[in-house]
Design a protein around this ligand. Structure first.
Ligand SMILES: O=C(O)CCC(=O)C(=O)O
Length: 219
């Protein structure tokens, strides 16, 4: 991973041995935003990437805008406990049961963060042409007081955040490079005040998988 702006309140990026996982997260704070970042958090990330790629039932979803239907520029899968239905960008997701490798990742993320997640959106970016547009994870089904934990596997991709209210003199956007095994937690109230995206990167040929663990309100 590398951070493109000098944003962290913790040690400067690159000031720690690169191979050793970070025991404590680096913190990024801005008005309305709180992020915790563990570069290289996941050991055996390559092996997990292969397992997840193979065992997840990937879907090619479509979105209808202004009467025209377009395939989403990535593959997705919604996983979760029974009853955790979720709709985003007009796509009502079918819930798949936890697969063995994903369950192991969920257990590890939960142990690190101390939160029990009941659902997960997986995004598979087949190459740099696949992308994710600006949005916030603020759908009514989601618990707004729960963090969202994002785990990256595979090729490095840019991850950007910007304030939702963009006015002259406002806060500067943030940009991360999220690489293999990096864990990024977006704490509340980040989704209420900031949006994020994964932009297109035409030179990237390799695949990336991202897992965002969430809490859906039930009952
Ligand atoms: O791929 C990523 O890093 C971000 C995924 C994301 O923003 C989402 O699933 O809402």
């Amino acid at each position: 991973m590398s951070l493109q702006l000098n944003l962290f309140e913790g040690p400067a990026p690159g000031s720690q041995p690169s191979a050793a996982p970070c025991p404590r997260p680096e913190l990024v704070r801005r008005p309305g935003l709180r992020l915790r970042f563990w570069p290289g958090w996941l050991s055996e990330a390559e092996a997990f990437a292969a397992r997840v790629r193979g065992e997840v039932p990937w879907q090619q979803e479509s979105i209808t805008l202004w009467g025209r239907t377009h395939p989403l520029p990535r593959l997705t899968c919604w996983m979760g406990d029974p009853g955790c239905a979720y709709t985003y960008s007009g796509v009502r997701n079918r819930i798949e049961p936890w697969t063995p490798a994903v369950q192991r990742l969920k257990d590890r993320v939960e142990a690190e963060i101390g939160v029990r997640f009941n659902s997960l959106l997986l995004n598979r970016y087949r190459n740099g042409r696949d992308r994710l547009h600006w949005h916030a994870d603020d759908e009514p089904e989601l618990d707004p007081w729960a963090p969202i934990a994002s785990l990256s596997l595979g090729s490095s991709r840019s991850f950007r955040l910007r304030p939702r209210q963009c006015r002259a003199g406002d806060l500067a956007p943030l940009a991360f490079e999220l690489g293999m095994g990096d864990l990024l937690v977006m704490d509340p109230p980040t989704q209420a005040h900031w949006q994020h995206q994964v932009p297109r990167r035409l030179r990237i040929e390799d695949e990336r998988i991202n897992l965002t663990f969430r809490v859906v309100r039930q009952g």
